[in-house]
Design a protein around this ligand. Sequence first.
Ligand code: E4P
Length: 217
Amino acid sequence: MKFFVDTADVNEIRELNDLGLIDGVTTNPSLILKSGRNILEVTKEICGIVDGPVSAEVAATSYDEIMREAAVLAKIADNICIKVPLTLDGLKACRALSMDGHKTNVTLCFSANQALLAAKAGATFISPFIGRLDDIGIDGMDLIREIRQIYDNYGFETEILAASIRTVNHVKEAALIGADVATVPASTIKALVKHPLTDKGLETFLADWAKTGQSIG
Ligand code: E4P
C-alpha cells in the first residue's frame, strides 16, 4: 500500500519524506487555505520535495474552465496529478487529461457507481472519502470494499486512493480491503508507529542494557 500525505504544509511533507514514509501528496482547496500560501508557489515547492505524484485540485466546475486550470497546474512540475471533481464535466476533463498523458485524481467520490464512472474515464486515482461518509452514519469502508470488487471484476487499472482518513483504524481497514493508496494526515501517519508495548519493551531493554555495563562498538 502506498501512503500519500494529505496536507499542503511543506514542513510536514519534508519531515515525512525524510523518514522515507511517503509516496506522494494530496492537497485540496481547504488545505491550501490552511497553508496560507499561494497555490502555484506551494505546489511547486511540494513537487520539489517528493518524487511521487502531487495532487493539485482545480477550482472550476465547467469542462472548459477545468481544462484551462488543469493546463496551468500541469505546468508546475512533471509529478503533478490533476484533481478534478466527480461531476459530468469533471469526468469529461478526466478523460481528456488522461488521453493527453496526465495523471488524474477524481475526488469527492461517495458511491461505487461514481467510482465506476471514474475508472471508465481513465482516472489514475479515485478518491473515496471514508471519514465524511462515517460522519453521516454510513460505513465508509463498505465503499472501499465495493470499489475494490468492481475494479477487480473488470480489471480496471484506476488506483483506489482511500481519502478522508481520520484514524489509524481507517488505515488498517483500507489496507486489509486492498486499497492501493491511503492519503493520510501527517499526525495519523506518525500515530501508526505507536504501541504501548513497544514503548514498555524498549524501556525494559534499555534499563537491562545499562545494568550490563557494556557498550556496543
Ligand atoms: C484528499 O484528497 C481529500 O481532499 C481529503 O482526504 C479530505 O479529507 P477530509 O474529509 O478530512 O477533509
